[in-house]
Design a protein around this ligand. Structure first.
Ligand code: NAD
Length: 363
Protein backbone atom coordinates (compact mmCIF):
# COMPACT_ATOMS: atom_id res chain seq x y z
CA UNK A 1 0.00 0.00 0.00
CA UNK A 2 1.30 3.49 -0.91
CA UNK A 3 1.98 5.98 1.90
CA UNK A 4 1.71 9.81 1.67
CA UNK A 5 2.71 12.35 4.32
CA UNK A 6 0.21 15.21 4.54
CA UNK A 7 0.69 18.18 6.87
CA UNK A 8 -2.62 19.71 7.97
CA UNK A 9 -2.68 23.39 8.96
CA UNK A 10 -6.34 24.10 9.85
CA UNK A 11 -5.62 27.67 11.04
CA UNK A 12 -8.31 30.02 12.29
CA UNK A 13 -12.05 30.75 12.07
CA UNK A 14 -13.77 28.27 9.76
CA UNK A 15 -10.36 26.79 8.81
CA UNK A 16 -10.60 23.85 11.26
CA UNK A 17 -14.23 23.14 10.26
CA UNK A 18 -13.56 22.91 6.53
CA UNK A 19 -10.26 21.05 7.07
CA UNK A 20 -12.14 18.35 9.00
CA UNK A 21 -14.37 17.74 5.97
CA UNK A 22 -11.44 17.77 3.55
CA UNK A 23 -9.69 15.13 5.67
CA UNK A 24 -12.83 12.95 5.67
CA UNK A 25 -12.77 13.03 1.90
CA UNK A 26 -9.04 12.32 1.73
CA UNK A 27 -9.43 9.29 4.01
CA UNK A 28 -12.32 8.00 1.86
CA UNK A 29 -10.15 8.52 -1.23
CA UNK A 30 -7.32 6.57 0.39
CA UNK A 31 -9.61 3.65 1.15
CA UNK A 32 -10.98 3.62 -2.37
CA UNK A 33 -7.61 3.88 -4.11
CA UNK A 34 -5.54 1.89 -1.59
CA UNK A 35 -3.35 4.82 -0.56
CA UNK A 36 -2.52 5.47 3.10
CA UNK A 37 -2.24 9.05 4.34
CA UNK A 38 -0.19 9.91 7.41
CA UNK A 39 -1.53 13.20 8.76
CA UNK A 40 0.42 15.60 10.96
CA UNK A 41 -1.67 18.46 12.31
CA UNK A 42 0.07 21.73 13.20
CA UNK A 43 -0.77 25.34 14.04
CA UNK A 44 -0.65 28.30 11.68
CA UNK A 45 -1.91 31.89 11.71
CA UNK A 46 -3.57 33.33 14.81
CA UNK A 47 -3.73 29.90 16.48
CA UNK A 48 0.05 29.57 16.15
CA UNK A 49 0.65 33.16 17.27
CA UNK A 50 -1.36 32.59 20.47
CA UNK A 51 0.44 29.32 21.25
CA UNK A 52 4.02 30.11 20.18
CA UNK A 53 4.32 33.87 19.60
CA UNK A 54 4.90 33.29 15.86
CA UNK A 55 2.31 33.03 13.03
CA UNK A 56 4.26 30.02 11.74
CA UNK A 57 7.21 28.29 13.42
CA UNK A 58 10.43 26.97 11.88
CA UNK A 59 9.32 23.47 12.94
CA UNK A 60 6.13 23.77 10.89
CA UNK A 61 8.05 25.13 7.89
CA UNK A 62 10.44 22.19 8.11
CA UNK A 63 7.59 19.65 8.45
CA UNK A 64 5.85 21.21 5.43
CA UNK A 65 9.09 21.15 3.47
CA UNK A 66 9.50 17.42 4.08
CA UNK A 67 5.87 16.44 3.48
CA UNK A 68 4.31 15.08 0.28
CA UNK A 69 1.63 17.79 0.45
CA UNK A 70 0.29 20.50 2.76
CA UNK A 71 -3.35 21.39 3.34
CA UNK A 72 -4.18 24.78 4.84
CA UNK A 73 -7.65 25.85 6.04
CA UNK A 74 -7.54 29.63 6.50
CA UNK A 75 -5.84 32.20 8.72
CA UNK A 76 -6.77 35.48 10.36
CA UNK A 77 -9.49 37.09 12.41
CA UNK A 78 -10.39 40.37 14.10
CA UNK A 79 -8.72 39.39 17.41
CA UNK A 80 -5.32 39.66 15.67
CA UNK A 81 -6.02 42.86 13.69
CA UNK A 82 -3.98 45.03 16.09
CA UNK A 83 -0.97 42.73 16.18
CA UNK A 84 2.32 44.05 14.71
CA UNK A 85 2.38 43.61 10.94
CA UNK A 86 5.23 41.08 10.97
CA UNK A 87 3.36 38.89 13.47
CA UNK A 88 -0.04 38.98 11.80
CA UNK A 89 -1.62 35.60 10.93
CA UNK A 90 -1.41 36.34 7.18
CA UNK A 91 2.37 36.73 7.52
CA UNK A 92 2.54 33.04 8.46
CA UNK A 93 0.82 32.12 5.21
CA UNK A 94 3.05 34.42 3.14
CA UNK A 95 6.15 32.94 4.79
CA UNK A 96 5.00 29.38 4.04
CA UNK A 97 4.46 30.29 0.39
CA UNK A 98 7.84 31.97 0.15
CA UNK A 99 9.84 29.27 1.98
CA UNK A 100 8.23 26.44 0.00
CA UNK A 101 8.93 28.40 -3.21
CA UNK A 102 5.27 28.26 -4.22
CA UNK A 103 5.32 30.69 -7.10
CA UNK A 104 2.30 29.26 -8.92
CA UNK A 105 -1.24 29.50 -7.63
CA UNK A 106 -3.86 27.67 -9.69
CA UNK A 107 -7.48 28.61 -9.10
CA UNK A 108 -9.94 26.73 -11.28
CA UNK A 109 -13.31 28.48 -11.55
CA UNK A 110 -16.08 26.23 -12.68
CA UNK A 111 -19.81 26.79 -12.56
CA UNK A 112 -21.76 23.67 -11.68
CA UNK A 113 -24.93 23.39 -13.74
CA UNK A 114 -27.03 22.88 -10.61
CA UNK A 115 -25.68 26.16 -9.20
CA UNK A 116 -26.25 28.49 -12.15
CA UNK A 117 -29.16 30.01 -10.26
CA UNK A 118 -27.03 30.64 -7.13
CA UNK A 119 -24.94 33.25 -8.89
CA UNK A 120 -25.98 36.88 -8.83
CA UNK A 121 -25.42 36.90 -12.62
CA UNK A 122 -27.90 35.73 -15.24
CA UNK A 123 -27.72 31.94 -15.87
CA UNK A 124 -27.17 32.41 -19.63
CA UNK A 125 -24.04 34.47 -18.88
CA UNK A 126 -22.37 31.98 -16.59
CA UNK A 127 -23.23 28.47 -17.69
CA UNK A 128 -20.25 26.80 -19.40
CA UNK A 129 -17.74 28.91 -17.47
CA UNK A 130 -14.46 27.06 -17.06
CA UNK A 131 -11.60 29.43 -16.17
CA UNK A 132 -8.18 28.62 -14.81
CA UNK A 133 -6.66 31.55 -12.94
CA UNK A 134 -2.84 31.22 -12.93
CA UNK A 135 -1.64 33.65 -10.28
CA UNK A 136 1.99 34.50 -9.50
CA UNK A 137 2.36 33.94 -5.76
CA UNK A 138 5.78 34.89 -4.41
CA UNK A 139 6.50 38.26 -6.03
CA UNK A 140 4.88 41.61 -6.65
CA UNK A 141 3.60 44.14 -4.18
CA UNK A 142 3.03 41.67 -1.32
CA UNK A 143 6.77 40.98 -1.11
CA UNK A 144 8.51 44.06 -2.62
CA UNK A 145 10.81 46.37 -0.64
CA UNK A 146 10.84 49.03 0.72
CA UNK A 147 7.70 48.31 2.68
CA UNK A 148 6.31 49.66 5.94
CA UNK A 149 5.02 52.76 7.66
CA UNK A 150 7.28 55.78 8.18
CA UNK A 151 7.02 59.49 8.86
CA UNK A 152 7.21 61.72 5.80
CA UNK A 153 6.70 65.48 5.90
CA UNK A 154 5.41 65.22 9.45
CA UNK A 155 2.76 62.59 8.81
CA UNK A 156 2.52 58.79 8.68
CA UNK A 157 3.01 57.29 5.26
CA UNK A 158 2.36 53.66 4.20
CA UNK A 159 4.79 52.25 1.64
CA UNK A 160 4.55 49.15 -0.55
CA UNK A 161 6.67 48.38 -3.58
CA UNK A 162 5.65 46.41 -6.65
CA UNK A 163 8.58 44.65 -8.30
CA UNK A 164 8.79 41.92 -10.91
CA UNK A 165 11.95 40.40 -12.35
CA UNK A 166 11.91 38.97 -15.87
CA UNK A 167 12.70 35.48 -14.50
CA UNK A 168 9.71 35.60 -12.13
CA UNK A 169 7.34 36.50 -14.96
CA UNK A 170 8.91 34.05 -17.38
CA UNK A 171 8.36 30.98 -15.18
CA UNK A 172 4.72 31.77 -14.31
CA UNK A 173 3.93 32.65 -17.95
CA UNK A 174 5.22 29.22 -19.00
CA UNK A 175 2.89 27.57 -16.46
CA UNK A 176 -0.03 29.47 -18.02
CA UNK A 177 0.90 28.63 -21.62
CA UNK A 178 1.47 24.95 -20.76
CA UNK A 179 -1.93 24.84 -19.03
CA UNK A 180 -3.59 26.51 -22.02
CA UNK A 181 -2.25 23.73 -24.26
CA UNK A 182 -4.23 21.21 -22.16
CA UNK A 183 -7.33 23.38 -22.47
CA UNK A 184 -8.55 25.77 -25.19
CA UNK A 185 -5.19 27.26 -26.21
CA UNK A 186 -6.04 30.73 -24.98
CA UNK A 187 -4.22 32.93 -22.44
CA UNK A 188 -5.43 36.34 -21.30
CA UNK A 189 -2.63 38.08 -19.40
CA UNK A 190 -3.63 40.82 -16.97
CA UNK A 191 -1.55 43.86 -16.09
CA UNK A 192 -1.63 47.63 -15.67
CA UNK A 193 1.09 48.30 -18.26
CA UNK A 194 -0.29 51.75 -19.06
CA UNK A 195 0.77 52.95 -15.57
CA UNK A 196 3.07 50.50 -13.76
CA UNK A 197 6.71 49.74 -14.63
CA UNK A 198 6.41 46.24 -13.09
CA UNK A 199 3.49 45.63 -15.47
CA UNK A 200 5.54 46.79 -18.46
CA UNK A 201 8.16 44.13 -17.64
CA UNK A 202 5.29 41.68 -17.13
CA UNK A 203 3.77 42.35 -20.56
CA UNK A 204 7.09 42.35 -22.42
CA UNK A 205 8.14 39.04 -20.82
CA UNK A 206 4.79 37.37 -21.50
CA UNK A 207 5.12 38.43 -25.16
CA UNK A 208 8.62 36.95 -25.22
CA UNK A 209 7.46 33.62 -23.74
CA UNK A 210 4.52 33.52 -26.18
CA UNK A 211 7.01 33.12 -29.03
CA UNK A 212 7.65 29.57 -27.74
CA UNK A 213 3.91 28.82 -27.90
CA UNK A 214 2.78 29.86 -31.39
CA UNK A 215 -0.24 27.54 -31.11
CA UNK A 216 -1.57 29.45 -28.06
CA UNK A 217 -3.61 32.59 -28.55
CA UNK A 218 -2.41 35.43 -26.29
CA UNK A 219 -4.34 38.56 -25.38
CA UNK A 220 -3.28 41.30 -22.94
CA UNK A 221 -5.94 42.95 -20.82
CA UNK A 222 -5.65 45.86 -18.41
CA UNK A 223 -6.75 44.84 -14.92
CA UNK A 224 -9.59 47.38 -14.71
CA UNK A 225 -11.03 46.17 -18.00
CA UNK A 226 -10.57 42.56 -16.86
CA UNK A 227 -12.61 43.21 -13.70
CA UNK A 228 -15.40 44.47 -15.94
CA UNK A 229 -15.11 41.71 -18.56
CA UNK A 230 -15.35 38.99 -15.90
CA UNK A 231 -18.85 40.23 -15.14
CA UNK A 232 -19.82 41.30 -18.68
CA UNK A 233 -18.76 38.21 -20.61
CA UNK A 234 -17.00 35.62 -18.42
CA UNK A 235 -17.09 32.75 -20.94
CA UNK A 236 -14.44 34.55 -23.04
CA UNK A 237 -11.81 33.49 -20.46
CA UNK A 238 -9.87 30.25 -20.55
CA UNK A 239 -6.49 30.71 -18.82
CA UNK A 240 -6.24 33.99 -16.92
CA UNK A 241 -2.60 34.86 -16.14
CA UNK A 242 -2.13 37.40 -13.35
CA UNK A 243 0.42 38.84 -10.95
CA UNK A 244 0.08 38.30 -7.22
CA UNK A 245 -2.25 41.15 -6.21
CA UNK A 246 -4.41 41.31 -9.35
CA UNK A 247 -4.93 37.53 -9.12
CA UNK A 248 -5.92 37.81 -5.47
CA UNK A 249 -8.62 40.32 -6.29
CA UNK A 250 -9.84 38.95 -9.63
CA UNK A 251 -10.15 35.37 -8.38
CA UNK A 252 -12.45 36.48 -5.56
CA UNK A 253 -14.54 38.23 -8.19
CA UNK A 254 -14.46 35.11 -10.37
CA UNK A 255 -15.48 33.04 -7.34
CA UNK A 256 -18.81 34.80 -7.24
CA UNK A 257 -19.51 33.58 -10.77
CA UNK A 258 -19.64 30.11 -9.27
CA UNK A 259 -22.17 31.23 -6.66
CA UNK A 260 -19.98 31.54 -3.56
CA UNK A 261 -16.41 32.00 -2.47
CA UNK A 262 -16.99 28.78 -0.54
CA UNK A 263 -16.79 26.87 -3.86
CA UNK A 264 -13.30 27.89 -5.03
CA UNK A 265 -10.28 25.60 -4.45
CA UNK A 266 -6.63 26.38 -5.06
CA UNK A 267 -3.29 24.67 -5.55
CA UNK A 268 0.02 26.39 -4.88
CA UNK A 269 2.89 24.73 -6.70
CA UNK A 270 6.59 25.44 -6.91
CA UNK A 271 9.96 23.84 -6.39
CA UNK A 272 8.97 21.11 -3.91
CA UNK A 273 6.04 20.37 -1.62
CA UNK A 274 2.79 21.86 -2.90
CA UNK A 275 0.15 23.47 -0.70
CA UNK A 276 -3.62 23.26 -1.15
CA UNK A 277 -6.13 25.65 0.34
CA UNK A 278 -9.61 27.00 -0.24
CA UNK A 279 -9.55 30.51 -1.72
CA UNK A 280 -11.76 31.92 1.02
CA UNK A 281 -10.54 33.38 4.30
CA UNK A 282 -11.32 32.43 7.89
CA UNK A 283 -14.86 33.91 7.73
CA UNK A 284 -15.00 34.87 11.44
CA UNK A 285 -18.62 35.97 10.98
CA UNK A 286 -19.75 32.34 10.55
CA UNK A 287 -17.04 30.41 12.43
CA UNK A 288 -18.16 27.66 14.80
CA UNK A 289 -21.73 27.55 13.50
CA UNK A 290 -21.52 24.52 11.17
CA UNK A 291 -22.69 26.68 8.25
CA UNK A 292 -19.43 27.14 6.28
CA UNK A 293 -19.32 25.63 2.82
CA UNK A 294 -16.63 22.92 2.85
CA UNK A 295 -16.67 22.35 -0.93
CA UNK A 296 -13.73 24.67 -1.68
CA UNK A 297 -11.66 22.71 0.85
CA UNK A 298 -12.88 19.37 -0.51
CA UNK A 299 -12.16 20.42 -4.11
CA UNK A 300 -8.67 21.51 -2.96
CA UNK A 301 -8.10 17.92 -1.86
CA UNK A 302 -9.06 16.84 -5.38
CA UNK A 303 -6.33 19.16 -6.69
CA UNK A 304 -3.89 17.60 -4.19
CA UNK A 305 -4.66 14.15 -5.60
CA UNK A 306 -4.17 15.45 -9.15
CA UNK A 307 -1.02 17.56 -8.79
CA UNK A 308 0.88 16.04 -5.85
CA UNK A 309 -0.07 12.37 -6.04
CA UNK A 310 -0.70 11.92 -9.78
CA UNK A 311 -4.11 10.42 -8.88
CA UNK A 312 -6.20 11.99 -11.59
CA UNK A 313 -8.97 9.39 -11.30
CA UNK A 314 -9.26 10.12 -7.59
CA UNK A 315 -9.46 13.85 -8.31
CA UNK A 316 -12.24 13.26 -10.86
CA UNK A 317 -14.08 11.02 -8.42
CA UNK A 318 -14.09 13.75 -5.76
CA UNK A 319 -15.18 16.38 -8.30
CA UNK A 320 -17.95 14.09 -9.58
CA UNK A 321 -19.11 13.44 -6.02
CA UNK A 322 -19.36 17.20 -5.39
CA UNK A 323 -21.40 17.59 -8.56
CA UNK A 324 -23.66 14.66 -7.63
CA UNK A 325 -24.35 16.00 -4.13
CA UNK A 326 -25.24 19.41 -5.57
CA UNK A 327 -27.49 17.75 -8.15
CA UNK A 328 -29.25 15.87 -5.34
CA UNK A 329 -30.14 19.33 -4.01
CA UNK A 330 -27.98 19.60 -0.87
CA UNK A 331 -26.70 23.10 -0.18
CA UNK A 332 -24.88 24.96 2.57
CA UNK A 333 -26.38 28.30 3.54
CA UNK A 334 -24.25 30.40 1.14
CA UNK A 335 -25.64 28.59 -1.94
CA UNK A 336 -29.03 27.65 -0.55
CA UNK A 337 -32.04 28.46 -2.73
CA UNK A 338 -35.76 27.70 -2.51
CA UNK A 339 -36.45 24.05 -3.34
CA UNK A 340 -33.02 22.84 -2.16
CA UNK A 341 -32.16 21.13 1.10
CA UNK A 342 -30.10 23.02 3.68
CA UNK A 343 -27.08 21.08 4.94
CA UNK A 344 -24.46 21.97 7.54
CA UNK A 345 -20.68 21.85 7.02
CA UNK A 346 -20.35 18.40 8.54
CA UNK A 347 -23.38 16.94 6.75
CA UNK A 348 -22.07 18.21 3.40
CA UNK A 349 -18.78 16.36 3.99
CA UNK A 350 -20.64 13.18 4.95
CA UNK A 351 -22.79 13.41 1.81
CA UNK A 352 -19.71 13.70 -0.42
CA UNK A 353 -18.13 10.63 1.22
CA UNK A 354 -21.40 8.70 0.89
CA UNK A 355 -21.58 9.43 -2.85
CA UNK A 356 -17.89 8.64 -3.32
CA UNK A 357 -18.50 5.19 -1.88
CA UNK A 358 -21.20 4.58 -4.49
CA UNK A 359 -19.32 5.95 -7.51
CA UNK A 360 -17.02 3.69 -9.46
CA UNK A 361 -13.36 4.53 -10.05
CA UNK A 362 -10.87 3.30 -12.59
CA UNK A 363 -7.69 3.00 -10.51
P1 NAD B 1 -13.52 35.74 3.97
O1 NAD B 1 -13.26 34.95 2.72
O2 NAD B 1 -13.11 35.10 5.24
O3 NAD B 1 -15.09 36.05 4.06
C1 NAD B 1 -15.76 36.85 3.11
C2 NAD B 1 -17.25 36.53 3.13
O4 NAD B 1 -17.45 35.24 2.55
C3 NAD B 1 -17.82 36.44 4.55
O5 NAD B 1 -19.14 36.91 4.53
C4 NAD B 1 -17.83 34.96 4.86
O6 NAD B 1 -18.82 34.55 5.76
C5 NAD B 1 -18.06 34.35 3.47
N1 NAD B 1 -17.40 33.06 3.34
C6 NAD B 1 -16.07 32.84 3.23
N2 NAD B 1 -15.83 31.53 3.14
C7 NAD B 1 -17.01 30.90 3.20
C8 NAD B 1 -17.41 29.54 3.18
N3 NAD B 1 -16.53 28.53 3.07
N4 NAD B 1 -18.73 29.25 3.28
C9 NAD B 1 -19.64 30.24 3.36
N5 NAD B 1 -19.32 31.56 3.39
C10 NAD B 1 -18.02 31.89 3.32
O7 NAD B 1 -12.83 37.16 3.79
P2 NAD B 1 -12.71 38.38 4.82
O8 NAD B 1 -13.97 38.48 5.61
O9 NAD B 1 -12.26 39.50 4.02
O10 NAD B 1 -11.52 37.97 5.79
C11 NAD B 1 -11.68 37.34 7.06
C12 NAD B 1 -10.30 36.97 7.59
O11 NAD B 1 -9.71 35.99 6.73
C13 NAD B 1 -9.32 38.15 7.62
O12 NAD B 1 -8.56 38.04 8.78
C14 NAD B 1 -8.46 37.94 6.38
O13 NAD B 1 -7.18 38.49 6.52
C15 NAD B 1 -8.41 36.43 6.33
N6 NAD B 1 -8.15 35.87 4.98
C16 NAD B 1 -7.41 34.74 4.96
C17 NAD B 1 -7.19 34.11 3.74
C18 NAD B 1 -6.41 32.82 3.75
O14 NAD B 1 -6.21 32.25 4.80
N7 NAD B 1 -6.00 32.32 2.61
C19 NAD B 1 -7.73 34.62 2.57
C20 NAD B 1 -8.53 35.76 2.63
C21 NAD B 1 -8.75 36.38 3.87
Amino acid sequence: MKYKKVVLLPGDGIGPEVTREAVKVLIATGEKFRVRFAFTEELVGGASLDATGEPVTDTVISLAYNADAVFLGAVGGPQWDRVNKEKRPETGLLRLRKELGLYTNLRPVRVYLSLVHSSTLKPELIKNIDILVVRELTGGIYFGHPKGVEMRDGEECGIDTMTYKVSEVDRIARVAFDAARQRKNKVISVDKANVLAASQIWRRTVDYVARDYPDVNLEHMLVDNCAMQLIRNPVQFDVLLTDNMFGDILSDEAAMLSGSIGMLPSASLGRGTAMYEPVHGSAPDIAGQDVANPLAAILSVALMCRYSFGMNHAACLIENAVEAVLEKGFRTRDIHAPGTQLAGTCEMGDRIVEVMEQLTCEE
